[in-house]
Design a protein around this ligand. Sequence first.
Ligand SMILES: *[C@@H]1O[C@H](CO)[C@@H](O)[C@H](O)[C@H]1NC(C)=O
Ligand SMILES: *[C@@H]1O[C@H](CO)[C@@H](O)[C@H](O)[C@H]1NC(C)=O
Ligand SMILES: *[C@@H]1O[C@H](CO)[C@@H](O)[C@H](O)[C@H]1NC(C)=O
Ligand SMILES: *[C@@H]1O[C@H](CO)[C@@H](O)[C@H](O)[C@H]1NC(C)=O
Length: 397
Amino acid sequence: MFPAILSSLLVASTLPTASNAFDIVKDYSGTNFFQGWDFYGSWDNLTLGDVWWLNQTEATAEHLAYVNDAGHAIIRVDNTTNVPLNEKRNTVRITTQDLYDWGSLFIIDVLHIPYGCSVWPAFWTKGPTWPDDGEIDIIESINLNPNNQMALHTAGSCLKDDSVPQTGRNVGQDCSTGSGCVVVQTEQNSYGPGFAASGGGIWATQFDISGIYMWYWGRANIPANLAQATSTSSIDVSTWGTPSAAFPANAKCNLTEHFTPQQLVIDITLCGDWAGVPSIYGSQCGHMGPTGTCYQDNVVGPGSPKYDNAFFEINYVRAYTATKAAPTAQSTASSATVLDGSSPTATTVVTVVTTGNPSGAQATALSTKSSAVKSVAASGIGLLAGVLMTFVMIDGL
Ligand SMILES: *[C@@H]1O[C@H](CO)[C@@H](O)[C@H](O)[C@H]1NC(C)=O
Ligand SMILES: *[C@@H]1O[C@H](CO)[C@@H](O)[C@H](O)[C@H]1NC(C)=O
Ligand SMILES: *[C@@H]1O[C@H](CO)[C@@H](O)[C@H](O)[C@H]1NC(C)=O
Ligand SMILES: *[C@@H]1O[C@H](CO)[C@@H](O)[C@H](O)[C@H]1NC(C)=O
């Protein structure tokens, strides 16, 4: 059943629209925002940033993860401590306890994303075993970049196909390379001060066997059905139009071979294997301090004003499923359910799996090397435990 469905989807190759609504399965918001996430509780041994990702007790006590008076979740870098040389700065990395299967839709409404020299925030997803179970980067940028970029990372070869229109700009086709298959957003104000000043925005990610699709809207352009969405309402993606990034399943990338159910991750690191790479850091921020190095000119010393803008302010994160079936609390056998054989959002598997494993990270390879790529000023590779990061600096930014 499954292969037959996928084959027909591959042939269909149409816009990622659905006639059906997605039902909400989890709402992370308000005073309960931090329920259902695991805090990392270690230094950043994944992307080698100069931070400690505190456990929940410490992060709460240090006021680095909390819900503000407006009911928004704040996840921030410590800006109150004078960090001595050779020590790290405190911040947070959280991962959902639930895993979300094919047929899911993830929506994040954000008012502020961390930015500034040395700062590297991300909202992304991963399977239990990295990189075998795939990685989807939804929000990720560094330093003084004006734009957000999105990417897929796979363990085996998976080539991005352009049969479905997108508004973003491709940088790299092979999702299994160190850089992954990256799409740089072309909308205005998708990152940095411009994003915050314009009131933030919303990203939606559809995780479907027919393709992985991401939409972005700045606050002024949010579709009516999203502006009106509540913590219990269903959502219909059929009116959303062209996505910012489209990764359709295709003959050179069978997505089901590269992705398993995904956990959501929110983290902030400093410097490390992308923001701190000398050629990358230097091109944007090298003039910012006396040494020209990411760690010494930023992490060391007073936290304010350098890290005053290094925080997420999140209205909500919501997970939906395309099926009517209720999620189960444990990993269970799942049955194939086809909602509409002619729709590219036909969904096969209906399961929300719960795991206590906060990261499942196990990869070890480390490699940071710059290489020139057409229309890319600097590009590098970072094979990191739990996250395969993209080192791409776009010309003219
Ligand atoms: C895609 O991969 C899945 C899982 O390995 C497999 O069952 C299926 O037959 C593949 N589909 C196609 C069209 O190759
Ligand atoms: C949190 O981290 C602190 C400092 O490393 C440690 O003393 C404490 O036991 C940890 N708490 C939990 C619940 O793991
Ligand atoms: C840290 O940054 C926040 C804004 O994000 C600011 O309100 C606060 O005053 C800063 N802390 C210090 C100690 O300057
Ligand atoms: C990172 O640190 C954690 C906590 O000490 C550990 O469980 C994990 O294996 C480490 N990962 C890597 C890749 O070193």
